[in-house]
Design a protein around this ligand. Structure first.
Ligand code: SAM
Ligand code: TMP
Ligand code: ZN
Length: 408
């Protein structure tokens, strides 16, 4: 029975449009002999009838997701390292014209972006509640505050360091259900001409590509230009620019400023109009998305079962958080996918959440090569295919499922 909940932005009614069922924490990789009970919650997604914001129906307590042993390392991909160093360079070149600029990052992880800011000798502070990755950032000379960014902690930083010229957040702002507290904190901390820039998966891309694996515990909100513009206005802020960026399979970079401080670019209105024209959050579109998700699951499972029936091997590539939804929604188990290879030390030797696929280091991939590789890290496809040319040469084939299930 589809449920309703209260919108975390406008307190309107959120109507559920898809239920992925019982799902584990996407980044909870378990030791093979772990005895504690695995945590599950109902992963369902809805849209607000008031402000259109797409959001999860159930919230996972933040400390369950972000803690000392949070395994994700932002520097794990060369493509993302290059992306964030260019983001930092852009801030250094164009956004920091005050005498003693100050940059704040929400969710700095291992310091992938702030390292460049630190190296340039610019005042900065990264908020990072996950202690292990925060320590890595600190070891690279980044100033880190271990903790969650929210109104109270933002005010403490304001009192200690003064206002921020730039507040940046990548793949974190959409993780935060208590978004009102964060925006009040941003509003307090931001300099009069300052900008709050954030990058997150774009719901427009998710619908277009049926990339349903973007829906998981950590991705509480799936933003659109329409919903973000309305949200900003509630907190004295204004959406002044949007840019489509190719990271993580299709994201938007949003720029917010104090209301009236900057003139919005034409891109904001253009993309909002496109969302209107395609009725991005209408009941019909959302139902259609649900049907495409079911079809994608059925095709993938048929393919994996056929391969298994022929006695051929499938190994997955990249133990991504996203893949938790694919594995557990589709029902993939080690009889269909032998193991997953991943470069992240804290994931290796463990089992993926829910589906319990073993995770091995990247060297296991060629030892010997499987017949098929299921590309869970499809957002890093270029980088991975460029270094794994030997797999195709050995006769191996890649399986993908975005935008449709395909073998190449
Ligand atoms: N910015 C990095 C990137 O784009 O690769 C990290 C993204 S990671 C998916 C999300 C990070 O946000 C985690 O390291 C998590 O600990 C952090 N986080 C979650 N809630 C936060 C909050 N309220 N304030 C600051 N960081 C937070
Ligand atoms: P992400 O899609 O959330 O960035 O996660 C990517 C995962 O894939 C992360 O666990 C690291 C892993 N990975 C590899 O194992 N090999 C690679 O070449 C790349 C780029 C990522
Ligand atoms: Zn709402």
């Amino acid at each position: 029975m589809p449920s309703t909940s209260e919108c975390r932005v406008c307190q309107g009614t959120v109507h559920e449009f898809f239920d992925f069922g019982r799902q584990p924490l996407s980044d909870a990789f378990r030791l093979p002999d772990a005895a504690d009970e695995e945590f599950f919650f109902r992963l369902a997604v809805g849209a607000c009838a008031g402000c259109t914001m797409v959001q999860l129906m159930e919230e996972v307590p933040r400390e369950r997701m972000f803690h000392e042993d949070y395994p994700y390392l932002s520097s794990g991909s060369a493509g993302m390292r290059a992306h964030f160093s260019s983001v930092a360079r852009r801030f250094l070149d164009t956004a920091l014209d005050s005498d003693d600029p100050f940059v704040v990052e929400i969710g700095c992880n291992d310091g992938v972006m702030l390292r460049t800011i630190a190296d340039a000798g610019v005042r900065h502070l990264g908020f990072e509640p996950s202690g292990g990755v925060a320590d890595i950032a600190a070891s690279h000379g980044v100033n880190v505050r271990k903790g969650f960014f929210e109104e109270e902690t933002a005010r403490e930083v304001l009192a200690e360091h003064g206002r921020a010229d730039v507040i940046f957040s990548a793949n974190t702002f959409c993780h935060i259900p208590y978004i009102g507290s964060v925006l009040r904190g941003v509003e307090a901390l931001l300099a009069p001409r300052g900008v709050f820039v954030f990058e997150d998966p774009y719901f427009g891309d998710i619908v277009e590509k049926t990339s349903y694996d973007q829906v998981y515990d950590e991705h509480f909100f799936l933003f659109t230009v329409t919903s973000v513009r309305a949200m900003a206005a509630r907190f004295g802020l204004e959406l002044v620019d949007v840019e489509r960026i190719p990271t993580h399979g299709g994201e938007l970079r949003y720029t917010l400023a104090r209301a009236g401080a900057r003139t919005p670019s034409a891109a904001v209105e253009d993309l909002a109009r496109q969302e209107d024209e395609r009725a991005l959050t209408s009941e019909e579109t959302l139902k259609g998305f649900g049907r495409s998700v079911e079809l994608s699951r059925d095709r993938l499972m048929e393919l994996l079962r056929d391969i298994s029936a022929r006695g051929e091997r499938v190994v997955a590539y990249g133990a991504t958080a996203k893949s938790a939804t694919v594995v557990n929604y589709c029902g993939i188990d080690p009889s269909l996918v032998e193991f997953v290879v991943d470069t992240t030390p804290a994931k290796q030797g463990r089992l993926t959440p829910g589906g319990h696929l073993p995770v091995r280091g990247p060297e296991a991939f060629a030892d010997p090569y499987p017949d098929y590789a299921l590309l869970f890290a499809w957002n890093h496809e270029q980088e991975i295919l460029a270094k794994e040319t030997g797999f195709r040469e050995a006769g191996g084939r890649w399986i993908g499922y975005v935008p449709q299930v395909h073998v190449s």
